[in-house]
Design a protein around this ligand. Sequence first.
Ligand code: FE2
Length: 295
Amino acid sequence: MKVEYNERVSLGQIDIRTDMVEKEVTILHLTDSHLLEVDDREEELDFLYAIQRKWKDIENVEAMSSRLHFNNLLQLGHEKEVGCTVMTGDVVDFPSLANLDFVKKSLQSLASPYLYTLGNHDWYYPYMEWNDSTRKDYYPRFFDFTYGNPAYQMVNVNGIKLIAIDNSNYQISEEQLHFFQEQLQDGLPCLLFMHIPLYIPSLATEVVQTWKAPIMMAAPGWDVKTQQLWKVRDADPSTIQFYHLVTGKEHDQLLGIFCGHVHFPHQDPFRPNRYQFITTPCFRGGYRIIRILPW
Ligand SMILES: [Fe+2]
């Protein structure tokens, strides 16, 4: 099987050329817009205003700028006639009703399908406990964007499978693993989209420098205190199995992994000649155009 990557940085674009496809497919990857819309339907309004101020002070990001970036990039996808728009989490900074209304309205304007997988922010108000139970409680708010299943989805665009899996708790469940294994059965070319990047040694240095913690999936090197602070448990057996499945030699057809979470762009091989791409956050105007091209 032939696969060749050509990153065109100035265009925010990655071209993946392969003999596995016959038709060109273009995809827009967006991540980490951290939308900050609030209104008086929220119980803890002052708390949410304080979060808005924090974003302004630390990142110079305002609700309006996040909103503009998000809609401008959807428009860019429209102009480029993308076959799918894929959002890999932290689309909203918290699941406020105003945020979800905004996302719903924006996505309604799309002319092609989209995928939305969740990040560690989407389902969580910062005054709550960050845990699997909170995620479960808030999943229903995302049913409209996820074909009724925020845990995993797949869309097939011209014979290329785009697979989205919610790993926002740093884990892959048994059910998600089973779903992914099933998706690989037919051997069709596929791309995997998740919020949290897979641990790759060449990525770890910059992640730890930036975040003072190895905030990647299945990462070694946590110290106990930092791990408790981030509420990240050791990788579950199903997460480890998923990690081996993805990084092993068996499934050539996985052409790329696309993530966000760490808020800087990067690309690293997760196995020989297969790359994981982290995209610049949308709140800074970042995006990635993915073109899959016939050989
Ligand atoms: Fe984020």
